[in-house]
Design a protein around this ligand. Structure first.
Ligand SMILES: Nc1ncnc2c1ncn2[C@@H]1O[C@H](COP(=O)(O)OP(=O)(O)O)[C@@H](O)[C@H]1O
Ligand SMILES: [Mg+2]
Length: 256
C-alpha cells in the first residue's frame, strides 16, 4: 500500500489489520490494512464492486472479517458509539420522531431523556414540523435527513455513510453534505463512500482508493487528486473504466 499519511504519533481511532473477507471462494477484500487518525473526513472511492460497501460494513461491525482484526479505540471503550447511514435509509413504520426515540432506547438512553434529545436532533436537521408524520411517507431527502438526525441523536464518535446521497436530487445532496460537515465540526470522525468525484473533492480530507477488493491508496485528498500514486487511480480520476487487475482482460477463447 502506498501513500499512507503520517499519523504523527497519534493512536489511530480505527484500525483494520490484515482484514480479508472471503465468500464462496472469492476474495472480496484482500488482506487490507487501514489506520484512521482520530479526526477528519475520509472518503472511500473506487469503481463499482471494488469492495467499498464491504469495507464500511466490516468497519462498522455489520460483517465479521474472515481473517484479520478490526480495532476501535473510541473513547477507550469496548462498545464505541458508531452510526451508519445508507444510500436508502431503513426506517420503522412509525412516526418520524419515534424512529429517533426508538434508536435512543436501543442505545440505552433513559426513557425520560429520549423525547427531548429526539426533538433537538430533528430540529437540527429541519424536521421539527414533520415529527408526527409517518416516516415512510417522507420524501427521499427528508428520509435521509431523518437517518442523519437519528445518527446525530446517538452522538457517534464515528459516522459511516455509504453513498448517502446517491439516490437524491442536488438540493437534498447539498443537505447531506452540509450535515456531514455539521458532524465533522462537532468532532465526529467521518468515513464515507461516494461515486461522485465532485462530492469526494468537496468533502475529503483524505482519500482511500479501492479496486478489486484491495486498498490501493490512502493519502491526503490534495495529493491524491493532484498526483495519484497508482495507474488505477489515475485511470479512475480520468473517468475511464478501471479493469479489475484480478479479472482476465479479455474473455477466454471459446472451446472448439
Ligand atoms: N455479504 C456478501 N456476500 C457475498 N458477496 C458480497 C457480499 N457483499 C458484497 N459482496 C460482493 O463483493 C464485491 C464488492 O461489493 P461492494 O463492497 O458492494 O462494492 P462497492 O460498494 O465498491 O461497489 C461485489 O462483487 C459484491 O457482489
Ligand atoms: Mg457500494
Amino acid at each position: 500500500m502506498s501513500g499512507l499519511p503520517p499519523m504523527a504519533g497519534q493512536h489511530p481511532l480505527l484500525e483494520l489489520r490484515d482484514v480479508s473477507f472471503v465468500r464462496s471462494g472469492r476474495v472480496l477484500l484482500d488482506r487490507s490494512n487501514l489506520a484512521l487518525a482520530p479526526q477528519g473526513r475520509t472518503v472511500v472511492i473506487g469503481p463499482n464492486g471494488a469492495g467499498k460497501s464491504l469495507l464500511m460494513r466490516l468497519a462498522h461491525g455489520l460483517l465479521e472479517p474472515s481473517t484479520g482484526a478490526i480495532v476501535c479505540r473510541c473513547n477507550g471503550s469496548a462498545a464505541p458509539r458508531q452510526a451508519m447511514v445508507f444510500q436508502r435509509p431503513v426506517l420503522l413504520r412509525r412516526s418520524t420522531i419515534a424512529n429517533v426515540t426508538h434508536a435512543l432506547a436501543l442505545s440505552g438512553v433513559p426513557r425520560r431523556l429520549r423525547r427531548g434529545q429526539a426533538e433537538r436532533a430533528l430540529a437540527r436537521f429541519g424536521l421539527a414540523d414533520l415529527a408526527q408524520r409517518p416516516a415512510r411517507i417522507l420524501s427521499g431527502g427528508e428520509q435521509q435527513r431523518l437517518a442523519l438526525a437519528r445518527a446525530w441523536a446517538l452522538e457517534p464518535e464515528i459516522l459511516f455513510l455509504d453513498e448517502p446521497s446517491s439516490a437524491l436530487d442536488p438540493a437534498a445532496t447539498k443537505a447531506v453534505e452540509d450535515a456531514v460537515n455539521v458532524f465533522h465540526d462537532k468532532g465526529t470522525r467521518i468515513v464515507m463512500t461516494t461515486h461522485d468525484l465532485g462530492q469526494a473533492r468537496r468533502l475529503a480530507d483524505e482519500v482511500v482508493f479501492m479496486c478489486g477488493g484491495r486498498i490501493l491508496e490512502h493519502s491526503p485528498a490534495s495529493s491524491f487528486f493532484d498526483a495519484p500514486a497508482t495507474g488505477a487511480a489515475a485511470t479512475f480520476l480520468r473517468g475511464e473504466l478501471v479493469l479489475d487487475p484480478h479479472e482476465p482482460a479479455t474473455l477466454p477463447a471459446t472451446r472448439r
